[in-house]
Ligand binder design. Structure first.
Ligand SMILES: [Zn+2]
Length: 171
């Protein structure tokens, strides 16, 4: 499949620490939108079926409400990697998800977000992590398993969607 291109030329798929990822071609200030997550709208059932045939595709899907996901297959979002100390977070706008800078991002840096911010407290999915952060958690787990200070920081930054936060507050 062809490597997707950012029409604005702000980010590019490149080789990164772990395979391929999104690299900034310009700098971003805190609060700036880096990318809209494009893709096909699919239900949770469809994502479950991906797990059997193509687990990576399942892992790449972005949850955007209680039971719907964006499947970024063939789009830039498919290359958005996790980091335990990320430089962007996901913000929901209407039915869209946007990666927003939560730190200053210099040109040349990999664009990352924390997968745990889209994993509800009932989500059993986990992933081994090799992101290289001092605070790397080793295994990515759901939002309820985040260190309290990390969750508090993400909440302050507004990068935990309401439907994910609800699963923690209910639990
Ligand atoms: Zn990590």
């Amino acid at each position: 499949m062809a490597i997707p291109i950012d029409p604005r030329g702000w980010i590019q798929v490149q080789k990164v620490r772990n395979g391929r990822g999104l690299v900034a071609l310009r700098s971003f200030r805190v609060g700036q939108s880096v990318m809209v997550v494009r893709g096909k709208r699919v239900t949770a059932d469809v994502v479950w079926r991906y797990w059997d045939r193509n687990p990576k595709r399942g892992a790449n899907c972005f949850r955007y409400d209680a039971d719907r996901y964006i499947d970024p297959d063939g789009e830039l979002g498919a290359y958005a990697n996790h980091a335990c100390d990320p430089n962007t977070g996901l913000v929901r706008r209407a039915r869209m998800l946007v990666l927003r800078a939560i730190t200053t991002i210099p040109a040349g840096a990999e664009i990352t977000h924390d997968y745990s911010t889209l994993l509800g407290a009932d989500d059993i999915w986990t992933m081994r992590c090799n992101c290289g952060a001092n605070q790397c958690r080793g295994t990515v787990r759901n939002i309820a398993k985040l260190p309290k200070a990390t969750l508090a920081r993400y909440r302050r930054l507004g990068v935990v969607p309401g439907f994910i936060l609800d699963t923690v507050l209910e639990g």
